[in-house]
Write a protein that binds this ligand. Structure first.
Ligand code: HH2
Length: 284
């Protein structure tokens, strides 16, 4: 994959895609909300994820699950900032802030974060794009149809893969026009964000179309609802399903994997990447 510039770091996968461990410091995330009673527990979890091989820890203080309530900026800051401050300079992994708010991203970047993971692709807050341009932070531009409050009501596309690719291309152009370097950008189809089961599967099957945008493709499918629809499993029983999805995503070109279960995902990513390499090498 192309390397990814995130402030003073350059992230390049060597033998496998980058693994991004999820640290939700929220009371209401769909799979792990309310897990951390205080920032100390969250920080410990982040160190453990880094030990297990996470290249990035993605810290989020606002749930974006379907129907989630918005969070005030002060509350979001109160949730995420202590964790960023405790990890910056100490945790081996790069730090990502999962937010749509520029004030939260700015405080996190000043405290030592490297990446802004913005599920609105820099559309929610007009101050976000100039912030990313000025700081040189890495940015994940994610596709979403609608908003978290409404997105699963009736998702509709004529050609989901082409529409998502066109949207991401347009957001890359908008970011570039605002002074964000291409090297700072990664793109993400936004699995589950305004998509039916069929839409999710089509996007995962055709990730190669998104790779053509020339930037690393991030995929977040860990424990998501479509895995439950396919297996009948509850959210905390979806590890095997998620690893199968992750493996397929790597074979189709994903190079950043956003996951809850880091150790298992690192192993799966290694095997999948080796298989992808063997497939590229041609018929034996
Ligand atoms: N998915 C979620 C949140 N942030 N960011 C990117 N780039 N890609 C994703 O697919 C993605 C994301 C939703 O998952 P989670 O953080 O586990 O839950 P919640 O939003 O309820 O906190």
């Amino acid at each position: 994959m192309a390397s990814w510039t995130c402030c003073d770091r350059t992230l390049t996968p060597d033998a496998r895609p980058l693994v991004m461990g999820i640290l939700n410091v929220t009371p209401d995330s769909f799979s792990d909300g309310g897990r951390f009673a205080d920032a100390g527990d969250a920080v410990e979890c982040a160190f453990r994820m880094a030990e297990e091989g996470a290249d990035i820890v993605d810290i989020g203080g606002e749930s974006t699950r379907p129907g989630a309530a918005p969070v005030a900026v002060e509350d979001e800051l109160r949730r995420v900032l202590p964790a960023v401050e405790a990890l910056a300079g100490r945790c081996r992994a790069a730090l990502s802030i999962d937010t749509r708010k520029a004030a939260v991203a700015k405080a996190a970047l000043e405290a030592g974060a490297h990446i802004v993971n913005d599920v609105s692709a820099l559309r929610h807050d007009p101050d976000m794009l100039p912030l990313v341009a000025a700081t040189g932070a890495g940015v994940i531009l994610m596709h979403m149809q609608g908003t978290p409050a409404t997105m699963q009501t009736a998702p509709r596309y004529d050609h989901v893969v082409a529409e998502v690719a066109a949207f991401l291309n347009e957001r890359m152009q908008a970011a570039a026009a605002g002074g964000v370097a291409l090297e700072q950008m990664a793109v993400d189809p936004g699995i589950g964000f305004g998509k039916t089961l069929e839409h999710n599967l089509l996007l995962l099957r055709h990730l190669a179309v998104l790779s053509k945008l020339g930037r690393p493709v991030a995929v977040g499918l860990s424990r998501k609802r479509f895995l439950g629809a396919l297996t009948g499993r509850e959210v905390d029983e979806r590890l095997a399903a998620g690893l199968a999805g992750l493996t397929a995503a790597v074979l189709h070109g994903a190079s950043i994997l956003r996951v809850h279960d880091v150790a298992a995902s690192v192993d799966a990513a290694r095997v999948a990447a080796a298989m992808a390499g063997a497939a590229e090498g041609g018929a034996a």
